[in-house]
Design a protein around this ligand. Sequence first.
Ligand SMILES: CC(C)(COP(=O)(O)OP(=O)(O)OC[C@H]1O[C@@H](n2cnc3c(N)ncnc32)[C@H](O)[C@@H]1OP(=O)(O)O)[C@@H](O)C(=O)NCCC(=O)NCCS
Length: 402
Amino acid sequence: MRIEWLDLPDTLDQTRLPMPPTTADFLQVTQLANLVTSLFWGNNDFYVSPENQLAGATSREDVRTSYVVAREPLTGDRPDRIIAYAALSLPWEPGVSTDGQPTAQPTTAEVHVAVHPDFRRRGVGTAVLREAEAEAVRSGRSVLQSWTDNALVDPAAVGSGPVFVSGTSLETGLTPVVGTHPPSLPDAGRDRIRWQAADAAFAAAHGYELAQVEWTSVLDLREAAGAALLAESGSGVAEEHGYDLVVWEGACPEGDAESMAGLLGRMAAEAPAAALERVAEHWDVPRLRAEERARREMGLSIITTAARDRSTGRLVGHSDIETFADLPQAAYQGNTLVHPEHRGRGLAVLLKAVNVSQLLRLKPEAERLYTWNAAENGAILRANQELGFVPVSTHPAWQKRV
Ligand SMILES: CC(C)(COP(=O)(O)OP(=O)(O)OC[C@H]1O[C@@H](n2cnc3c(N)ncnc32)[C@H](O)[C@@H]1OP(=O)(O)O)[C@@H](O)C(=O)NCCC(=O)NCCS
């Protein structure tokens, strides 16, 4: 087994055979990533095309992702097969902060390990994780974080079925399904984690501590007309209280860009973080535009509903939904944030509901909307329940200080 860092290609060139080695390697990594998510979910709602995954690794200015892989020699003159990878993402704060000083670089690094099911429990995951951790330390990071898919508690809600993969040992590949009903909300947390699942056991074996528990919840969009109705009835109330609801797809309109950047800057500081180390983020219009460009390059389309305070003309809350053009059946809830001075007026649930209604209108082929929420974030979990989301899976965050 060889452990090495991948050279990422500028573009994927699949037009000639043999493919350039950097393209062939990256395709193997994305196949492994998609195998792991489809084995967990029993569907392909988390499929990421190689093009979009490459853009995700290379096109962002505020986070850089690199891959360390384990290779197993194949016989003959075929190139070695990639059997595992660790993806290391290093957040970077671009530019200068509000006081004009160069921005301090974050102390955190995010790592995600995937091992082909046929090669598990042989120390392969440990080998790639160690190399990724060493690189994080070399880059000046002292807090390692990872988010994992832990236990699917409601497979029926995501249309899960058995996944058959040629050459894969299903007994090691398939995620065990917990036969309990989803817990009543917001009662969720540590005791909901499936500690014997590979992700939790692996994290614990390497000194990572559980720092937060998130629920992955899903809304069946074929039955979400209720949310749309709620949206229509609520919009009038918002207007009576001095808010205009504005919606857009793609780039934020110029006139709202500055206050939108302000809202995005709050998200990192204000979303519940439990024991997770936070990374302060400074957002301005150039960063907003860079993020929009990166999303376009990743094939991500964003639908946004925002509330504009009529007295100041500024946006005071927003909710985003992301979709991939090449994955029509799935949609993913992005940020929802209401400025502290405008909370407690039902704006969050209204923004979410109106945005779901936009999604139904703009992407009628979407079947499921996924969302991730901290177990301690009772307000947003209750809002989701009201809209018809059901919790389907635990999504723990792990953290280790080095
Ligand atoms: C989690 C994962 C990366 C582990 O890879 P691996 O190569 O099997 O891990 P290792 O062989 O290096 O395991 C190291 C230790 O982790 C623990 N561990 C790993 N998998 C385990 C399992 N299924 N059950 C119990 N303990 C496990 C053990 O303590 C193991 O040491 P041991 O084999 O000497 O008992 C792999 O199962 C995987 O790819 N899962 C899907 C993706 C995922 O959940 N990634 C999360 C990690 S960021």
